[in-house]
Write a protein that binds this ligand. Structure first.
Ligand code: HEC
Length: 450
C-alpha cells in the first residue's frame, strides 16, 4: 500500500457542514486589582521582574517587539498600553483557550502579574528605588542549547526589502549525512531576528519528490517556480518537520528516550516567513542540532489532519470544516501546530470517544500572524484506534480585519487569500516505525503491508 493512499485513507473521513456554531467569547478573567498586589507599587521591585520573565524575549533591540521594555524610561512611556494589552490578554501572544488543556510553553501572565502591571499604570507608573531592581537579564547571544554537534546554515542570505509583504521564502540545504541521525535537540537561529516572523525546517529524504525541481542552496518563493507541482509544493507538504521557530519560542528538546530522525542523504528545507522592518536587510538563518547519545526507544513523527474539500461561502462568519481519523498504532501525543490562512478564526483538536463524548485537547483562537506550537504539559498516550478530530472555524465576513475579500467563496489553495486546514501534531511512536510503517494497521493483511 503506498504511503499516499494510506495517508488518504487516514485523512479521508471528511465531514463538513456550514452551520452557526455557538461558542462563548474568550474567557476574560476579572482584571480588577486583587488584594495581594502591594500597596505601594514600584517599577524596580514589582514590574521589572514581570517584564524580564514575559516580555523582554521580544521587547528588546533586534527582536520583533516594536519597542524595548528593558528600562524604567522605556517602559514608563508605555505604561497604559502595557496595562491594556495584558488586561485584554493580548500580550504576551498566546492563543490557546485557558479552559482547555495545559501547555508547557504557555507564556501567559498570572492574574497577580496582570494586576501588578495594571496597578502600576493606575498609580502613575512610579519608579520606586533602583536598588530594588533585579539584575538585568542576560539574553543569550549564541545558542540556547549546549554546543551543537552540527550547524546547518542557509548557504545564501535572503535579501529583505524595507516595506511590503514578503512571500514565504524557501532554501534547501543538503545535510551530507551519510547515515541516519537521531536528533535530540535543535534550535533555529535567525541572523536577523527582528525580521523572522516564523520559520519551519522540514526534512526531505532522498526519495521524496517534494520541490524536486527547486534550486538547491538558493532562496526562492512559490512565484519563482516554473513547474506547477513545485509551485503547489511551496504551500503544502507531508514532509516531516524537524523544528518550528517563532519569536520567543524555546528550542526543541525531546523527552529522554525519544528523538526526531533524519534519514541518510536528507536535505533540510528552510521555510521562512519574513517581515519587512523599515530598512532593507538580509537574513541567513541556521539550525543547530544535537544528536541523541543513544538510539532512542521512540521516534517523534509530525502527522497532520487535513481537510482540503471545503468551500467557505462569502460573508459567513462561522464556517466549520472538520476532519477526523483513527490512529493506526499506539502513539504518545506531544505537541500541536494548527495552520490556516487569513480567514482562520478557531482551531480545535479533540478526541472522539466510542461512547459519543468529545474530549477537547486544545482550542486556539487563531491568528494567522501568530503561528505557534502548543506543547502538552503532560504527554498524552493515544492507544491504536483513538479517533482524533480537528475542527476549524473560518470568518469570511467583513468583520474579520484580515479578510482580503469578504465577497469571495474560498477554497483550499496555496495563496493566503485561499484557505487551508492543517492540524499538525507531533507523536512519539516505536523507534523502528517511520511514517509509512506507522500507518500500517496491525490488523492489516500481509498483502496490504507490502
Ligand atoms: C513573542 C513576542 C512578544 C512577547 C513575548 C511580547 N510581545 Fe508585546 N508585542 C510583540 C509584537 C510583535 C508587537 C506588535 C504587533 C502586535 O501588536 O501584534 C507587540 C506589541 C505590544 C504592545 C503594543 C505596542 C504599541 O505600539 O502600542 C504592547 C503595549 C506590548 N506589546 C506589551 C507587551 C508586554 C507588556 C509583554 C509581556 C507581558 C509583551 N508585550 C510580550 C511581541 C511580543
Amino acid at each position: 500500500m503506498c504511503i499516499h493512499s494510506v495517508l488518504r485513507a487516514f485523512l479521508s473521513a471528511l465531514v463538513f457542514a456550514a452551520f452557526a456554531f455557538a461558542w462563548g467569547s474568550f474567557p476574560q478573567k476579572d482584571s480588577s486589582v486583587s488584594r495581594d498586589v502591594p500597596v505601594t507599587i514600584s517599577f524596580y521591585r514589582d514590574v521589572l521582574p514581570v517584564l524580564q520573565r514575559h516580555c523582554q524575549s521580544c521587547h528588546r533591540p533586534g527582536e520583533i517587539g516594536p519597542m524595548p521594555l528593558l528600562t524604567f524610561e522605556q517602559s514608563r512611556a508605555f505604561a497604559h498600553s502595557i496595562a491594556s494589552s495584558v488586561g485584554k490578554r493580548e500580550m504576551p501572544p498566546w492563543f490557546a483557550d485557558p479552559s482547555v488543556g495545559k501547555f508547557s510553553n504557555d507564556p501567559s501572565l498570572t492574574q497577580r502579574e496582570i494586576d501588578t502591571l495594571i496597578a502600576w499604570a493606575n498609580a502613575g507608573a512610579p519608579a520606586g528605588n533602583p536598588e530594588d531592581a533585579t539584575p538585568a537579564r542576560n539574553w543569550p547571544q549564541g545558542w540556547m542549547i549546549p554546543q551543537p554537534d552540527v550547524v546547518v546554515r542557509m548557504p545564501r542570505p535572503v535579501e529583505l526589502p524595507s516595506k511590503g509583504d514578503i512571500d514565504y521564502t524557501y532554501e534547501i540545504v543538503p545535510t551530507g549525512f551519510t547515515e541516519g541521525k537521531w536528533v535530540q535537540m535543535s534550535e533555529i537561529q535567525p541572523s536577523s531576528r527582528a525580521n523572522v516572523h516564523h520559520a519551519v525546517v522540514y526534512v526531505r529524504p532522498p526519495d521524496s519528490n517534494w520541490l524536486r525541481h527547486a534550486p538547491i542552496g538558493m532562496p526562492f518563493t512559490g512565484a519563482d517556480m516554473t513547474d506547477d507541482q513545485d509551485r503547489q509544493d511551496t504551500h503544502f507538504t507531508t514532509a516531516d518537520i524537524l523544528l518550528v521557530y517563532a519569536p520567543g519560542s524555546s528550542p526543541d528538546s525531546w523527552p529522554d528516550g525519544s528523538a526526531k530522525f533524519v534519514p541518510a542523504g536528507s536535505d533540510l528545507v528552510f521555510q521562512m516567513h519574513y517581515m519587512a522592518q523599515d530598512h532593507a536587510t538580509s537574513d541567513q538563518s541556521s539550525i543547530g542540532i544535537i544528536f541523541a547519545k543513544h538510539p532512542p526507544r521512540q521516534r517523534v513523527l509530525t502527522l497532520q489532519l487535513t481537510n482540503d474539500r471545503f468551500v467557505i461561502p462569502p460573508g459567513v462568519d462561522d464556517y466549520r470544516a472538520e476532519v477526523h481519523g483513527s490512529l493506526p498504532n499506539d502513539a504518545v501525543l506531544l505537541n500541536f501546530f494548527p495552520h490556516m490562512h487569513l480567514r482562520g478564526k478557531r482551531f480545535d483538536y479533540n478526541i472522539l470517544h466510542a461512547d459519543g463524548s468529545v474530549e477537547p485537547l486544545l482550542r486556539v483562537h487563531y491568528d494567522f500572524y501568530w503561528q505557534l506550537s502548543y506543547r502538552l504539559a503532560e504527554p498524552r498516550p493515544l492507544p491504536a484506534g483513538t479517533v482524533l478530530q480537528a475542527v476549524a472555524l473560518y470568518d469570511n465576513s467583513k468583520n474579520n480585519r484580515h479578510n482580503p475579500d469578504p465577497d469571495a467563496a474560498v477554497r483550499w489553495g496555496d495563496q493566503t487569500y485561499d484557505e487551508m486546514m492543517v492540524g499538525f501534531f507531533d507523536v512519539a511512536v516505536r523507534a523502528d516505525l517511520d511514517k509509512p510503517h506507522y500507518f500500517i494497521r496491525s490488523g492489516d493483511t500481509p498483502a496490504q503491508q507490502k
